[in-house]
Design a binder for this molecule. Structure first.
Ligand SMILES: N=CN[C@@H](CCC(=O)O)C(=O)O
Ligand SMILES: [Mn+2]
Ligand SMILES: [Mn+2]
Length: 313
């Protein structure tokens, strides 16, 4: 599998003398052709989509920041985990970088791995989905459910510019071209941060929408059941976490911090519910911007969510 850069330097941290005290940095291995199926971390070091979307750049540093935060977390996995390196976008050619990402994701899936892509701006989603689509494309009209936890729809019209604000419109267009269903759930939407045009497009595309204010302790169980029903109707799930769905106090290091957001304590049970469906084939984490982070708070939040999604106990 071809990647643009590879470096294991982020995988360092505390070493405890007691038995059974491993942390991620002691377990994550460089991915090799002969690696047994496992979790494969793949970076997408890219600012281009955020730049084109007039956001605050810095997301290209996301993959390293997440690896460093993950490195020192306690290891609670049974299966192996690998670092597969990074796809990078250094020349402004976002479309070529997304194509390389799609090839890499597809290669990981074809080899039996569970890819987890570390963005990068949310333009990562078009490359991620394209990789899953390539992998599943042998079957007729796969029902791929996209579950996006995000303050934003990212359904802008790509006819103007393709950016971090357009990946799900681009995917919807691809689904039309292939005569595949477009199943998109967008949870955590901030009404204040999405125009009427975006709400209209979401309605036209039959997007399942839950706003930030719809997600509370009292609605969690009902939401969980709705997620189960969504998953039941799909052959495979693509889970995409835009870290700006978290409140600005939990995730200051993003391009567009959320004034309200959905707290990590509410997000976690929903992620566990999705994990329990057994249908999540692909995960990515987008929009972490270390240049605007405070004491690595956002990177820690991203790593915690990855830990929740990938641990066995
Ligand atoms: N990735 C998407 N980002 C948001 C940015 C919103 C903002 O900068 O205020 C969007 O396009 O809607
Ligand atoms: Mn987004
Ligand atoms: Mn967002």
């Amino acid at each position: 599998m071809r990647v643009d850069q590879f470096c294991m330097d982020a995988w360092t941290g505390r070493v405890d003398p007691e038995a059974d005290s491993a942390r991620w940095h002691q377990r994550v291995q460089p991915l090799a052709d002969a690696s047994q199926p496992g979790l494969a971390l793949l970076g997408f070091a890219c600012d281009e989509g955020v730049q084109r979307n007039h956001g605050r750049i810095g997301a290209a540093g996301g993959p390293v920041a997440i690896r460093k935060a993950l490195a020192n977390l306690a290891w609670h996995r049974d299966a192996p985990a690998y670092d597969a390196g990074d796809i990078a976008c250094d020349d402004g050619d976002l479309e070529a970088a997304q194509t390389r990402l799609a090839y890499a994701v597809r290669a990981l899936l074809d080899a039996g791995h569970q890819p987890l892509v570390l963005g990068g701006g949310h333009e990562v989603a078009y490359g991620s989905w394209s990789g899953l689509a390539g992998h599943l494309g042998k079957q007729p009209a796969p029902r791929i459910g996209i579950i996006n936890f995000d303050a934003h729809f990212d359904l802008r019209d790509p006819a103007h510019v393709r950016s971090s604000g357009t990946p799900f419109s681009q995917i919807a267009d691809q689904c039309v071209a292939r005569d595949w269903p477009f199943r998109y759930a967008c949870l955590g939407i901030s009404r204040a941060s999405n125009t009427r045009a975006l709400f209209t497009r979401a309605a036209e595309l039959d997007v399942w929408v839950r706003e930030d204010r719809d997600i509370s302790e009292s609605t969690l169980e009902a939401l969980g059941r709705e997620l189960d029903a969504f998953a039941n109707d799909c052959d495979a799930l693509y889970l995409t976490l835009d870290i700006d769905v978290l409140p600005a106090c939990e995730a200051p290091g993003v391009s567009a911090p959320a004034a309200r957001g959905v707290a990590i304590s509410l997000l976690e049970p929903l992620l566990l519910r999705l994990k329990a469906s057994g249908k999540v084939r692909l995960i990515d984490v987008a929009e972490l911007n270390p240049l605007h982070d405070i004491d690595n708070r956002t990177a820690r939040a991203a790593a915690r969510l990855i830990h929740v999604l990938t641990s066995s106990d």
